[in-house]
Design a protein around this ligand. Structure first.
Ligand SMILES: Nc1nc2c(ncn2[C@@H]2O[C@H](COP(=O)(O)OP(=O)(O)OP(=O)(O)O)[C@@H](O)[C@H]2O)c(=O)[nH]1
Ligand SMILES: [Mg+2]
Length: 436
């Protein structure tokens, strides 16, 4: 499914430029449109998406460390993933599934695959053949169940699917029960009634609609039709490996607000993937290294968060400046809140005007070296006496200021190292840093 050759060429052109060139972004958007329309994505969706890509590529502030190309790829990627839906998280608890869909969409095969998927996760699986429409349907599922090694249930000769389910449930005790249903050429009243009856007996936790990727956009309409009969919790899109219309199927389903749960990518039992929009989009765009780029972005984001927590150079002067600034802005707690340490006891952090003035006098009596290297005051205690005298404040108060400074300094150092440190800091604050 390499639709992305021209797209990649258009993206390549954006490399090594200091600013985003509008003409190139327009060219890129045109290519994206071409790719999406050829994979049968709805025209209206395509145009909405193009507009957003153009706007974000040109207007959105670029992360400093990203190249221009990376920035644009990220914008395109974000928009496409939201078009194609969310990543699915299969449930790993005890549950029941009903599988529905039209003729030949891949229901029975998908059941074999899902059974295999859960079995390989160490769960016990039972499958129920309740397709009474096609003569060989029960045998087909029985064979698949043997192949993947899960339990099989049916009632031969019984024409009512709901009764087959009811019978099977009397015996079946597996963690996961999956029921196969009959297909139709088109959704109709009879099928609707049949599914409703099965739904009532089974009371499923998941109802999967199976659609073949080659129906493209129509997948959305099918999802809506089936949803009127039974609550569809997820769609399985099969035959994605061979269809150029996969984008259409996925985006149309996602536009109806239904989740895509699994995708089938072949006839074998292992050819099933839990749906992950990012993987699909990476493939659609033919950008194999999309994961690498996303990891880079994540690292940059973490670093930016961290550097927000770091003062350029933390010393007594900057400590005092911060206290003063915090005072102007309100309770000091708010500043800490901004640093990611919310919920600190605000009272403990309130600094009285008077005390600030005294601290100012003390700091003004220090030499520049002392302000920048407060450790020296700890090592050479007579300096404290000197500062106390010079500021007209008691030595005890100088020590108090130093104690507060070292406490905050320590906290910041630990914060830099360990972002899960919040709890310990809170404990420390409760235990002590009284500023008033
Ligand atoms: N290439 C490919 N073929 C698939 C996939 N899933 C199913 N098939 C094939 O599609 C055909 C129909 O699959 P079934 O599982 O029998 O479909 P069904 O929905 O149960 O069909 P009915 O019971 O007749 O309604 C079979 O030949 C499968 O091997 C897939 O993901 N990729
Ligand atoms: Mg079948």
């Amino acid at each position: 499914m390499d639709l992305g050759k021209k797209l990649r060429e258009a993206l390549a052109k954006l490399t090594n430029k200091p600013y985003v060139d509008e003409a190139e972004v327009k060219l890129l958007v045109k290519e994206i449109q071409r790719v999406l329309i050829s994979s049968d994505v709805n025209i209206k969706l395509v145009f909405e998406l193009s507009k957003r890509i153009e706007k974000n590529a040109l207007d959105k502030e670029k992360m400093k460390e990203l190249t221009l190309k990376e920035h644009v790829v990220k914008v395109v990627y974000d928009e496409l993933t939201s078009l194609m839906g969310e990543t699915y998280h299969p449930r790993l608890d005890k549950h029941r599934c009903l599988v529905v869909g039209l003729y030949g969409s891949g229901k029975t095969t998908s059941i074999g695959k899902i059974a295999y998927f859960y079995k390989s996760k160490g769960m016990k699986v039972g499958v129920i053949a309740a397709d009474t429409d096609r003569p060989a349907a029960q045998d087909q599922l029985e064979q698949l169940s043997k192949q993947v090694g899960v339990n099989f249930y049916t009632t031969r000769g019984e024409k009512n699917p709901a009764k087959i389910v009811k019978n099977a449930l009397k015996e079946a005790e597996e963690d996961i029960i999956i029921v196969d249903s009959a297909g139709r050429n088109a959704f109709d009243e009879k099928l609707s009634k049949e599914l409703k009856e099965m739904n009532d007996v089974l009371n499923p936790d998941e109802t999967y609609l199976v659609v073949s990727a080659d129906i493209g956009q129509i997948a959305g309409k099918q999802a809506e039709a089936f949803r009127q009969a039974v609550p569809i919790t997820g769609v399985i899109v099969t035959k994605l490996e061979g269809s150029g219309k996969g984008g259409g199927a996925l985006s149309a389903v996602s536009a109806t607000g239904t989740k895509i749960a699994f995708i089938g990518t072949g006839e074998k039992m292992k050819d099933l993937q839990v749906y992950d929009a990012s993987r699909f989009v990476g493939k659609l765009l033919g950008i194999p290294d999309i994961k690498g780029l996303l990891e880079k972005i994540e690292t940059i984001q973490k670093e930016e968060d961290l550097s927000k927590l770091q003062t350029e150079k933390f010393n007594l002067q900057t400590f005092y400046d911060q206290l003063k600034a915090a005072k102007k802005m309100g309770p000091l707690g708010d500043v800490f809140g901004m640093m990611g340490m919310a919920d600190l006891p605000k009272d403990a952090l309130r600094q009285s005007e008077e005390k600030l003035k005294y601290f100012e006098a003390i700091i003004n009596s220090m030499t520049l070296y002392e302000k920048e290297n407060p450790d020296i005051l700890k090592k050479e205690r007579d300096r404290i006496e000197r500062v106390a005298k010079g500021s007209g404040r008691p030595a005890k108060e100088v020590k108090e200021l130093l104690a507060q400074f070292f406490k905050v300094e320590k906290m910041m150092k630990m914060f830099k190292k360990d972002r899960g440190f919040k709890k310990k800091v809170e404990g420390m604050m409760k235990g002590g840093l009284k500023l008033s």
